[in-house]
Ligand binder design. Structure first.
Ligand SMILES: Cc1cc2nc3c(=O)[nH]c(=O)nc-3n(C[C@H](O)[C@H](O)[C@H](O)COP(=O)(O)OP(=O)(O)OC[C@H]3O[C@@H](n4cnc5c(N)ncnc54)[C@H](O)[C@@H]3O)c2cc1C
Length: 370
């Protein structure tokens, strides 16, 4: 076995922690996952897996069975006046309930030989490993995968940020057949709502805004088209909330402690990228651990986050001005090829440089004349 980290503790068994555990186990390490909850673990999430996220899951050996979710072909964006839609280039995404995705990831981690300690409380990093409920568990690498409010990040001095924008997200499911082949994003003055199909008779609705009290029901009133669709649909889950944060950390590792997933910085939920980036980070971490070089992980982490962070900034900036938002959407509706190009960049099918300057000039002109 190459590298020096042989015995690894992962704190947090959400998508990021489980992906890291599976990827590291494949390199022959001893891996134990600790989580304060027990499977299947739920979380407020839009539950859309973009084509790239599905591919990263496949590389971990996880194929989502057709009956575990519902496919979607692209994205539709509307503000009630204008709308534009485009398919993903040559692939589909999938809506999957968090509890189902968690179950599938735990199954794969178990098959790979990962050990688990669910319902573990009072976990602390200690010299030589981690202390769980007062007992020392030896480890030569500790991975903090404990989500947005990471205690590992705070306590290990990795909390310094270069940028942070906080918003609030809520989700709820409704018993209704998906009516669109797309994930639909409803763009409003005060909030966005997006609808992801998760089963043949169920959709998930996630709302994101700058106010902690704007829940799904209040937000629906801003979107008459969506409100009409859901008026007679029975809620199929309790409402759940979570922070949606765009956060960039100065550093994602220190000595033998390394962060992954939302604990290591995140992109706004509207990008639909959180799970995908966590899994890409897991692959990068496994390869850096093999080389015994955590600096390599930090470099790869930056690369992985660059495109989603840029898209998140663009989308959150649009939220700041209703005027800009209306003009941008009208321009995209009039020039769907530009929207298609943006979506191709968003899913990583092409780079920013492919948004050639004439296309951006076209878009700028269309915004001015919309
Ligand atoms: C409203 C909303 C919508 C979103 N929509 C999408 C989407 O459509 N697609 C997408 O890809 N992403 C989406 N995201 C982002 C996505 O949910 C996260 O990026 C993803 O869950 C990150 O995974 P994680 O494992 O890092 O964190 P989490 O999923 O939060 O998992 C953290 C784990 O750590 C455990 N834990 C926490 N504290 C401790 C502790 N002290 N001790 C032990 N265990 C602990 C928790 O129990 C949990 O199991 C959305 C987010 C929000 C808020």
């Amino acid at each position: 076995m190459s590298g020096c980290f042989r015995n690894i503790c992962v704190i947090g068994g959400g998508p990021a922690g489980l992906a890291a555990a599976i990827a590291l186990k494949k390199t022959g390490r001893k891996v134990t996952v600790f989580d304060c909850a027990a499977p299947p673990i739920d979380k407020a999430c839009g539950e859309g897996l973009l084509p790239g996220s599905l591919e990263s899951l496949r590389q971990l050996g996880i194929e989502i069975p057709a009956d575990a979710g519902f496919p979607f072909g692209g994205i539709r964006l509307t503000d009630g006046c204008s709308s534009v839609a485009s398919h993903f280039p040559g692939a589909t995404g999938m809506g999957v309930r968090r509890t189902k995705l968690h179950g599938l990831m735990v199954e794969q981690a178990t098959r790979a030989g990962v050990s688990f300690a669910w319902n573990s409380k009072h976990i602390e990093v200690a010299p030589g490993g981690v202390r769980v409920e007062g007992r020392l568990i030896e480890a030569d690498l500790v991975i903090g995968a404990d989500g947005q409010n990471s205690a590992i990040r705070r306590r290990s001095g990795l909390g310094a940020v270069t940028r942070e924008i906080r918003r609030y997200g809520f989700r709820r499911h409704y018993r209704i057949a998906p009516w669109s082949p797309y994930v639909e994003i409803y763009w409003g003055r005060r909030a966005q709502a997006y609808v992801t199909p998760v089963a043949k008779d169920e959709v998930g609705v996630a709302v994101i805004s700058g106010r902690s009290k704007r829940r799904v029901q209040e937000t629906l009133a801003d979107f008459p088209e969506l409100d009409r669709r859901l008026r007679d649909a029975e809620p199929a889950s309790a409402q759940m909330g979570a922070l949606s944060v765009s956060r960039r950390l100065r550093s994602v590792y220190r000595e033998n402690i390394v962060l992954i997933g939302d604990a290591s910085g995140s992109v706004d939920a509207i990008t639909g990228e959180g799970i995908g980036v966590s899994i890409r980070q897991a692959h990068a971490l496994a390869s850096a651990v093999e080389r015994g070089d955590l600096l390599q992980y930090q470099r790869e982490h930056r690369k992985i986050m660059r495109r989603p962070q840029a898209m998140a900034l663009l989308l959150v900036a649009m939220q700041r001005s209703t005027h800009l938002q209306r003009r941008a959407l009208a321009a995209l509706a009039a020039n769907p090829a530009i929207f298609r190009s943006l979506l191709e960049v968003h899913v990583g099918a092409t780079g920013f440089d492919s948004l050639c300057s004439w296309r951006l000039l076209d878009f700028g002109w269309a915004c001015l004349s919309a």
